[in-house]
Design a protein around this ligand. Structure first.
Ligand SMILES: [Zn+2]
Length: 319
């Protein structure tokens, strides 16, 4: 019996290790957007962020992990603009209070609240700077970097978020995980210095509208490619840690990226610049506090959340 229990737990732990490795690679783009944004900052801010760059980088994926603990979290990562614009016939943007009184919590959870949540995060990060609260500054900076990253992904702005209505299941991960992972070293991330954003609310809405305008090309081009590309070469198997995973083949992914004419690179570049610019704007709006004087009340880690196994980011869209 003891031997049986031993093997039972051994198998369980091996499985756990395999799962955590298999599920961690999809966050590549988020981590790099946060990391690269640090290098857009002016000297007054850069020192502080560089000192904590590992935290800012690793915590870029914390909001996705939080989805498994906090019910409301999923809706903060996307907005089904087709629902708000076409089904509800709303003229966006509208203030949070107006939207909140128009549709109930269930619809909000189902169709997403990303730009409204970004607004709240901007207010919170500005307050954290004002209070010189080091933990909050780092945590909220990492979080807002994640949400800004999501706002730049076209498929985070529509209900057909993983091609499920057009028989293109998997396209979400192809666009936002697989392509950046393969082509990252060829992208140009010189995006210039962070800039002060005068009207952050407008900027957040602009991000999702720009992303939404690209949805058609994202879907149509992949459909075209899948109809012309040899179907036996569309997928391949790659080693992911200790497991073999079925992935879109390199050839297929590169061809798609080429057809998109730099769209993935453009959106990533724009996200990097915007993350740096929003951090910088919060700091300015807080009265440019001296960051040598910030206080830390504990080690800035979300340890309880870091140990959770998390599915590939294509499942991040909270439907
Ligand atoms: Zn997300």
């Amino acid at each position: 019996m003891k031997r049986f229990l031993f093997y039972y737990f051994l198998t369980f732990f091996i499985l756990l290790i395999l799962l955590s490795k298999a599920f961690s690679w999809g966050f590549f783009a988020h981590k790099n957007i946060n990391r690269l944004a640090v290098f857009t900052l002016p000297a007054d801010l850069a020192g502080f962020y560089k000192k904590h760059i590992d935290y800012i980088t690793n915590q870029a994926v914390a909001p996705d992990k939080r989805r498994y603990i906090v019910k409301e979290e999923g809706a903060r990562h996307f907005i089904d603009l087709d629902y708000y614009l076409d089904t509800l016939q709303l003229k966006l943007p509208i203030p949070w209070k107006e939207m909140d009184s128009l549709i109930g919590e269930e619809a909000q959870l189902k169709h997403g609240i990303l730009p409204w949540h970004l607004n709240l995060m901007k207010i919170r990060l500005t307050a954290a700077f004002k209070n010189k609260n080091g933990n909050e500054i780092l945590k909220l900076s990492a979080d807002i970097g994640h949400y800004i990253g999501d706002a730049h992904v076209p498929l985070h702005t529509c209900s057909n978020y993983n091609g499920q209505y057009t028989n293109q299941h998997g396209i979400h991960g192809l666009w936002e995980s697989r392509i950046p992972e393969i082509n990252f070293s060829n992208y140009d991330f010189w995006v210039g210095p962070a800039e002060y954003i005068n009207k952050p609310t407008d900027a957040f809405w602009r991000m999702v509208f720009e992303s939404h305008a690209l949805v058609d090309s994202v879907l149509i081009l992949e459909k075209q490619l899948s109809q012309t590309f040899p179907s036996d070469q569309k997928y391949s198997f790659e080693q992911r840690g200790s497991v073999m995973a079925k992935v879109y083949s390199k050839e297929y992914s590169l061809k798609y990226d080429q057809m998109l004419k730099g769209q993935v690179e453009d959106r990533m570049r724009s996200a990097v610049k915007m993350v740096g610019s929003i951090w910088y704007s919060c700091w300015i709006d807080a009265g440019k506090p001296c960051l040598d004087e910030v206080n830390f009340y504990s080690i800035p880690e979300e340890k309880d959340q870091n140990n959770l196994a998390v599915p590939d980011h294509e499942d991040c869209h909270g439907h």
